[in-house]
Ligand binder design. Structure first.
Ligand code: G3H
Ligand code: 13P
Ligand code: ZN
Length: 316
């Protein structure tokens, strides 16, 4: 069942975080739905601009509709990840999305407000909620690369002003994470001090953590042992998901970790079976492994086991 992102946020706020997982194809969708149903967790499906272009945006929508029929117990929202203004309007018009993200974080503060406000007005007219971003994460996201030196944490005072002026429904804050597999050099913590200050200025307001993959060392080691060359990778400490959730982080975005599962499964499969050329056997292994991965992430986010409560609160 597709619900609104706002409904999920209202139920989860301050208690646990909802996993927001990117999908690009049917195998990811199967693993995601299965993992969330098995762990009894509400979830958010994220579709990036790149995912919409990979096959066709209608293909992804059809996959999600089909998955929703195959898994009638699933409760989820559909969200545009890192949209530009034009893509936001396209998604708002389509009627399929529960929420959109307008990412104008690379623009100056005032311009970010201007663009975000336009999208908020268009989205709210259709009952769709809007995630905006303030501050700048490092790393690569689609066509934009932010060097570490240019990444900057969200300023709490600006966050308050930004939310008041734009009317956005949730805010992606830069609290030390970055996109991709190369987040930190050595173990590092989230900037809980910044989070606390943002929460004090915006009590009850849902915050979003991008770049939340943990980049498990064992996963990277297995990939490298099977012919990969992923070096110096380090992600978010999964033990910090729940403390962040208690400080208002209600949506935790995870994409890279899922890609690592895919890469590990396929590299190991073809290394061990060099004569194989059918994509279905490794595809099946991937769906099973992704199912397990999603379920364990939901446990760490605190969203596992929440489905019955979510369903009963949605009825009220
Ligand atoms: O933040 C970006 C997400 O990981 C989506 O990645 O734009 O390559 O689909 P993508
Ligand atoms: P990761 O690259 O850490 O998975 O972050 C994904 C993300 O923020 C999607 O918007
Ligand atoms: Zn992101």
């Amino acid at each position: 069942m597709i619900v609104t992102t706002a409904q999920l946020f209202k139920i989860a706020y301050g208690r646990y975080a909802i996993g927001a997982y990117n999908i690009n194809n049917a195998e990811q969708a199967m693993g995601l739905f299965r993992g969330c149903v098995q762990s009894k967790a509400p979830f958010i499906i994220q579709i990036s601009k790149g995912a919409r272009k990979y096959t066709d945006k209608r293909m992804l929508e059809a996959i999600i509709r089909a998955a929703s029929e195959i898994f009638p117990e699933a409760v989820f929202a559909v969200h545009l990840d890192h949209g530009d203004e034009e893509t936001c309007y396209d998604c708002i018009k389509s009627g399929f999305y529960s929420s959109v993200m307008i990412d104008a974080s690379h623009d100056p503060f005032e311009k970010n407000i201007e663009i975000t406000k336009r999208v908020v007005d268009a989205a709210h007219a259709k009952g769709i909620s809007v995630e905006a971003e303030l501050g700048m994460l490092g790393g690569v996201e689609e066509d934009i690369k932010v060097e570490e030196g240019n990444a900057c944490l969200t300023d709490p005072a600006q966050a308050e002003e930004f939310v008041k002026k734009t009317g956005c429904d949730s805010l992606a804050c830069a609290i030390g994470t970055s996109h991709g597999a190369f987040k930190f050099k050595g173990r590092q913590s989230l900037h809980f001090d910044v989070l606390e200050k943002i929460k004090a200025r915006l009590p009850g307001f849902p915050l979003v953590m991008h770049g939340s993959s943990s980049v498990p060392k064992e996963e990277v080691d297995r990939i490298n042992k099977a012919g990969g060359a992923i070096k110096d990778s380090m992600g978010v400490d999964v033990k910090e998901y729940l403390p962040a959730a208690k400080l208002g982080v209600t949506k935790v975005n995870i994409d890279t970790d899922g890609r690592l599962v895919w890469t590990r499964v396929h590299r190991e499969f073809f290394r061990d079976k060099p004569g194989e050329f059918d994509f279905r056997p490794p595809g099946k292994v991937f769906m099973d492994e992704y199912t397990k991965f999603i379920a364990t992430r939901n446990e760490l986010l605190g969203s596992a086991g929440q489905l019955d409560e979510v369903r009963s609160k949605l009825k009220k």
